[in-house]
Design a binder for this molecule. Structure first.
Ligand SMILES: [Zn+2]
Length: 367
């Protein structure tokens, strides 16, 4: 039911390692295909891959090298600002600010490419308003700008939804509290909802009312923090899309939080990965994460997490990973990414098995 998905790992981890970690779904970010304005369109890029590859697997699988379900995310996943402009009588274009710079994306082309590529599902590129816009102007001016941006965003969403054709690919619709009322009448076109992470900073307050206002559909969210992830699951999010294991690894962090795996196994003598039991947790909470830059790990001969069954913990010591981290050797990041991914999967498994007890236990420990 729950999946940790990531695109950030793909360039660094071999496909079989990802499969071994138990990742069931891989997210491909549409913006990955548009590194610059001059880059070829997605369809041509994939056509080229198909031509050069001997594999008979689907084109998106060839891009990732994986034989798993793919969700295609639009370039707007982490956008700060998106506009939708009438550039000619016939063509509407999305203007997106992405981590790769300013890009153009027109909705008809997006639909055409998604239909041709047939991912397991696709997220419609709808604009949303970030919680803040970096600005040198005064707070009051920024607030006015935000209000106008939000108004324009709602108009844009309405225009796109009115023009949206039905597609053979299941579409997931991004929603915010500002767009929920506009999106709801079009509910039949969508197989699920998507909540971008930038709008759910104040997760506890904003997410439940938003989800309650929408017709029941599977809900996917982008989150970059285990605590936010657990809170989102509690609020009703069913699919988590995150590059967290990789972004943490890049910062030299090893995820070591309680995974709830020992709740079910308690009393059977089994101690699961990296966890303290709920009773001992009161006196000794499992650390949330380890900073592998820290010199205190220099001579530690234990694994990142005692009892962790991942590839890294069964082979390498903290001292070795610390060394690889401080000399900036890429394998340090890769090892942390493998462990972090495994650990997130353990947490997701723990929640699937232990349900509310694990969710509440986790929030009590780290919230
Ligand atoms: Zn591990």
């Amino acid at each position: 039911m729950l999946f940790a998905t990531t695109r950030g790992l793909l360039p660094y981890l071999m496909a079989d390692v990802i499969a071994e970690l138990g990742i069931a779904r891989v997210t491909v970010d549409y913006s990955d295909f548009f590194p610059t304005k001059k880059a070829p369109p997605l369809a041509e890029h994939v056509k080229e891959l198909t031509r050069t590859s001997k594999s008979l697997a689907g084109p998106l699988n060839q891009y990732t090298g994986l034989d798993q379900d793919i969700t295609l995310l639009p370039a707007t996943a982490d956008n700060l600002m998106t506009e939708f402009r009438q550039t000619s009588k016939r063509q509407d274009r999305m203007h997106c600010m992405t981590p790769f710079g300013r890009q153009q994306l027109d909705v008809p082309t997006f639909i055409e490419e998604v239909t041709g590529l047939r991912p397991s599902s696709a997220v419609l590129p709808l604009p949303f308003v970030p919680p803040f816009i970096p600005s040198t102007s005064t707070e009051r001016n920024t607030a006015i700008k935000m209000e106008r941006l939000e108004e324009r965003s709602v108009e844009t969403v309405k225009a796109i939804l009115d023009a949206l054709p039905s597609t053979p690919v299941p579409l997931i619709c991004p929603v915010t509290s500002a767009t929920a009322a506009v999106v709801t009448p079009h509910a039949s076109k969508f197989s699920g909802w998507y909540v971008p992470h930038v709008v759910i900073d104040d997760l506890v307050a904003s997410l439940p009312p938003l989800l309650a206002a929408l017709p029941p559909r599977p809900i996917m969210a982008t989150l970059h923090d285990p605590l936010a992830m657990v809170r989102a699951i509690k609020a009703g999010v069913g699919i988590i899309d995150t590059a967290m294991p990789f972004t943490m690894a890049e910062a030299g962090l090893a995820l070591t939080c309680w995974t709830g795996k020992d709740v079910e196994d308690d009393g059977q003598g089994k101690r699961a990965q990296g966890s303290t039991s709920p009773e001992s947790a009161e006196s000794a909470v499992a650390p949330y994460q380890l900073n592998m830059w820290g010199t205190k790990h220099r001579e530690e001969m234990e694994p990142l997490v005692e009892g962790c069954g991942c590839y890294v913990c069964s082979r390498h010591t903290r001292a070795y990973i610390h060394h690889m981290t401080v000399i900036r050797e890429l394998s340090g990041t890769v090892m942390l990414a493998i462990h972090n991914t495994h650990h997130v999967m353990q947490l997701v498994d723990g929640i699937n098995d232990g349900g509310g007890d694990v969710i509440d236990g986790f929030i009590n420990m780290y919230g």
